[in-house]
Design a protein around this ligand. Structure first.
Ligand SMILES: CCCCCC/C=C\CC(=O)SCCNC(=O)CCNC(=O)[C@H](O)C(C)(C)COP(=O)(O)OP(=O)(O)OC[C@H]1O[C@@H](n2cnc3c(N)ncnc32)[C@H](O)[C@@H]1OP(=O)(O)O
Length: 346
């Protein structure tokens, strides 16, 4: 952990090669989260020392042919880690500088803000694809981050999102779009400034008139272009809102049409330093908010999900132990480990 001059703690996961979460790493994370809380840090950013992997999720070796006592401690320590991170009163952000499957995605979704490096990385809860069932609180972390329907589809299909798919939906391409429309397209006299409505009404009237002089037509076209440039964002936003409503009315899946993104991450960054900077910017947004009010509001907001695990902790642990000890699950884990080994030897 490194605390910067602003009092923001940057916690770097460092368990080569892929930051898989074994008992030792989870215990170290818990101790670190306690320290961040004790030191009254302004906030915490989680990132990874690996250049390509944020975290590969749970260490499968902890679950394959496990020692019963250690397996139980492992699970309870994972629950503790999640309770501390998801329920932290201080602001939390993840600078996701690589792949974040399963438990890696859990850590990221437990934070309040996510910045992921652009590139060929993926993030998601892929458990069902491995034949394992993510427990309620792990599902809840995703449901807390993205819309319920998208979370259900992602969970049941074991979806791994590309960075672009994971990004949140943005409609405002203001400057870029305006630049594409550009300056007036036709050479010639320009019109004195008027309000967009005045311009549009006049243009419509003129276009309906059968005798329009060329010069007047040019003025009007320039005026229309000016209107489109200045009001583009509003026009595009209104068109998208209208389009979404129509698609919903007609039961058309907007995501398939490529416009709607899911919001699993908040921003992208070109490199780790930029990702950390963007996370810091998020944390600094709370500079003027009294920390007690902020922290309590967050905890109330997350209380229902946290309480579910707190009340069912023993049952959740038993369910995990029963599941892992099933011969079928052991077989799946063995096959998966062999597949990973084979892949890494290529
Ligand atoms: C049973 C009930 C459980 C319920 C609880 C459910 C909650 C969470 C479940 C999990 O988190 S399970 C873990 C799921 N994780 C994954 O599916 C990711 C698997 N790994 C990968 O896809 C890749 O490793 C990577 C993260 C994309 C990185 O790829 P890269 O090419 O950089 O590295 P590799 O060559 O694949 O791996 C290097 C080395 O690490 C070993 N390894 C990778 N992931 C894990 C892991 N999760 N646990 C243990 N070991 C892992 C991999 O086998 C290689 O080992 P060596 O061959 O070098 O010995």
């Amino acid at each position: 952990m490194a605390v910067d001059n602003d009092g923001i703690a940057v916690v770097t996961l460092q368990r080569p090669p892929v930051n898989s979460l074994n008992l030792d790493l989870l215990q170290a994370m818990n101790n670190t989260f306690d320290d961040v809380a004790k030191n009254k840090s302004k906030g915490m950013i989680l990132t990874s020392a690996s250049p390509t992997v944020f975290s590969a999720g749970l260490d499968i070796m902890e679950m394959y042919k496990p020692d019963p006592k250690r397996l139980e401690t492992f699970w309870v320590t994972l629950q503790d880690m999640w309770l501390k991170l998801f329920g932290a009163s201080f602001p939390t952000a993840a600078a996701i500088n690589g792949h974040a499957p399963a438990g890696g995605c859990l850590i990221a979704t437990s934070c309040e803000y996510r910045v992921m490096l652009s590139g060929k990385f993926t993030i998601g809860l892929n458990e069902t694809a491995l034949g394992i069932v993510p427990p309620t609180w792990i599902q809840d972390s995703l449901r807390h981050t993205i819309p319920t329907r998208q979370a259900e589809i992602a969970l049941t299909t074991g979806k791994m999102f590309t960075v672009d798919e994971a990004l949140k939906w943005r409609t405002n391409r203001g400057a870029e779009g305006a630049a594409r429309l550009g300056p007036p397209v036709l050479e010639g006299p320009q019109m004195p400034p008027r309000s967009p409505d005045q311009i549009l009404n006049k243009t419509l009237k003129m276009c309906l008139s059968p005798k329009m002089a060329l010069d007047t037509g040019i003025i009007k076209l320039n005026a229309l272009n000016e209107y489109l440039v200045t009001e583009r964002t509003t026009i595009v936003d209104n068109a998208i809102t209208f389009g979404i409503k129509k698609c919903n009315d007609m039961d058309i899946n907007i995501q398939k049409r490529g416009r709607r993104k899911v919001g699993l991450i908040d921003e992208t960054a070109a490199d780790k330093a930029e990702a950390i900077e963007k996370c810091k910017k998020f944390i600094k947004r709370f500079d003027k908010i009294p920390s007690l009010a902020r922290g309590m509001t967050k905890q109330i907001f997350r209380q229902e999900v946290l309480q579910k695990l707190l009340t069912n902790r023993q049952a959740d642990t038993k369910q995990f132990l029963d599941l892992v000890n099933q011969p079928k699950i052991q077989q799946s884990l063995e096959l998966y480990l062999a597949m990973l080994k084979q892949k890494s030897q290529k």
